[in-house]
Design a protein around this ligand. Structure first.
Ligand code: C2O
Ligand code: CU
Ligand code: CU
Length: 513
């Protein structure tokens, strides 16, 4: 870290972390278990599980928000839309003035948003220029198992892989990231990740702001902490192994303390929580509503007006915000606070400043649409096969290994297929969380709709289709699952999207036969 940045607070939380680790030395490990089952338990020697506080940025020193580039790819003579990604190493300034070694696709950090069209033949080629094996998983895409980019589709150092499929998702915001066996958390922390923007040809887009980077803006949230030399600190503490990795810097599009020069009109924000583990609750500083129009599976039947919105790791939401009533020059912020286990006292920080200083686009929408072409909610046929999944946490097997996280009592085994579905069948699955912390559950390759949450009907914003949803601490979620269309011996994954839980074994695999 150079002299000009010596006043940045990068070192501050490091000290508190070291205190936390020192505090652990004398701690009997069993209390970690009771922390997990006692939701909201605080203090009392539980400092090792307590949240890493976020640093609160200020507008005076804000940097321009990096706008995620939208790649349209090229359509070849056969009508196939082709995109190319190259996983590579580089240097970025996540924090102003601090050089950090990072990884990205087609650049030093993150990657382009890839435009895909529903119904179109698509080929995504990934070149691995890194010195280690990686994979590229299309989170949310309904693709054949051998095109999914999970831990079985390894891309060795120096080689490349092409996923070819026809896009069957509804218009929505999905994303891609590594899914390397045992190394997903570390490779994502290093910077690998990007968005997938699925559109159809006619589309609802006309009803919605759709000028990319101007009134249709993607916001990718991630947290990181840093070593004194500016490198990313991914040395997992006992706390990180328990509740998942938390950094003290909240980044938007890879930038700490960003400001977006926004137009004076209705805007659409595509929100992705790409944190390894931190749950985020978002709201506007002026208390203006967030009108949620989409969740993971695409558009909702009508906008859901919310004062704040919680996103767990892996989850997405699209919201409309009315900036037309603000005067030019006015600023506000999109605030974030942690929203996980034991985060009830956490401080709200300004994740992103919005400075309204451009006139409205010609053709900007002037009112909130009342109905939207929704992605249909699945229903359960009578007599559907039912399956139960128990989300469990407990002490690890080896000395000092800390927490283990499992599904149905078994840690992930890449050589074991946990269950089989009949291709195209519709089933009902129940997830029961026996731990006190929420786990964001993600299932590859299937269509899913929520039937109930903690025994009650689900809120409007949880309807439609979802690929990632939280099972609350000590709670349960019931989902309708439509199995993959194609039979294959290649497994799909089902796991917790707290990446440290996934890497620690909170994952199963299944096949469609
Ligand atoms: Cu976003 Cu199995 O992953
Ligand atoms: Cu996925
Ligand atoms: Cu988990």
């Amino acid at each position: 870290m150079n002299a000009s940045t010596s006043n940045t607070p990068a070192l501050y939380p490091r000290r508190s972390l070291l205190r936390g680790v020192a505090g652990l030395a004398g701690l009997v490990l069993t209390p970690l278990l009771s922390t997990l089952s006692a939701c909201g338990g605080r203090g009392n020697g539980m400092g090792t599980m307590s949240p890493t506080p976020l640093i609160n940025p200020n507008l005076a020193s804000a940097r321009p928000l990096p706008i995620v580039p939208l790649a349209t790819g090229t359509v070849d003579g056969t009508g196939t839309r082709r995109h190319s990604l190259s996983a590579q190493a580089g240097t970025s300034q996540l924090v102003s003035g601090v050089n950090t070694s990072t990884w990205g696709y087609n650049g030093a950090l993150l990657g382009p948003a890839l435009l895909l069209r529903q119904g179109e033949a698509t080929a995504l080629t990934v070149q691995n220029t890194l010195a280690e094996t990686t994979t590229a998983h299309w989170h949310g895409l309904l693709v054949p198992a051998d095109m999914d980019g999970g831990p079985h589709q390894e891309i060795l150092a120096g080689s490349s892989w092409t996923a070819a499929f026809t896009v069957s998702n509804a218009p929505s915001t999905c994303w891609y990231h590594p899914h390397t066996h045992g190394a997903t958390g570390r490779q994502v922390i290093q910077g690998l990740g990007g968005l997938l923007i699925i559109e159809d040809s006619a589309s609802a887009q006309a009803l919605l702001p759709h000028v990319w980077g101007v009134d249709d803006v993607a916001l990718v949230f991630q947290d990181r902490r840093f070593n004194a030399d500016g490198s990313i600190d991914y040395a997992l503490t006992q706390a990180d192994k328990g509740r998942g990795y938390q950094g003290d810097h909240l980044l938007v599009n890879g930038c700490h303390n960003p400001v977006w020069q926004a137009p004076q009109q209705w805007v659409r924000l595509r929100l992705l929580n790409a944190c390894n583990a931190r749950f985020l609750s978002l709201r506007l500083s002026n208390s203006a509503p967030l009108h949620q129009i989409a969740n993971e599976g695409g558009l909702l039947a009508s906008p859901v007006t919310r004062s704040s919105l919680m996103l767990a790791p892996g989850e997405r939401a699209e919201v409309l915000v009315d900036l037309s009533g603000l005067s030019l020059g006015q600023s506000l912020s999109l605030n974030a606070r942690s929203s996980g286990m034991m985060d009830s006292g956490s401080v709200e920080v300004s994740a992103l400043f919005l400075s309204v200083n451009q006139a409205a686009q010609a053709g900007a929408i002037t009112a909130l649409p009342t109905t939207l072409p929704a992605t249909p909610t699945l229903s359960a046929p009578a007599g559907a096969i039912r399956r139960a999944f128990s989300l469990d946490g407990g002490m690890g097997g080896g000395m000092g290994s800390g927490m283990s996280f499992t599904i149905n009592g078994a840690p992930f085994n890449i050589a074991r297929t946990d269950f089989s579905l009949t291709a195209n069948a519709t089933e009902v699955w129940t997830f029961t969380n026996t731990t006190g912390m929420g786990h964001p559950i993600h299932v590859h390759g299937v269509r899913m709709s929520l039937l109930s949450r903690n025994g009650a009907p689900v809120a409007a914003q949880e309807q439609g289709q979802r690929d990632t949803f939280v099972v609350d601490g000590n709670g349960s979620v019931e989902v309708v699952v439509q199995a993959p269309a194609a039979a294959s011996a290649m497994p799909f994954m089902l796991h917790c999207h707290i990446l440290e839980h996934e890497d620690a074994g909170m994952m199963l695999q299944f096949v469609a036969v």
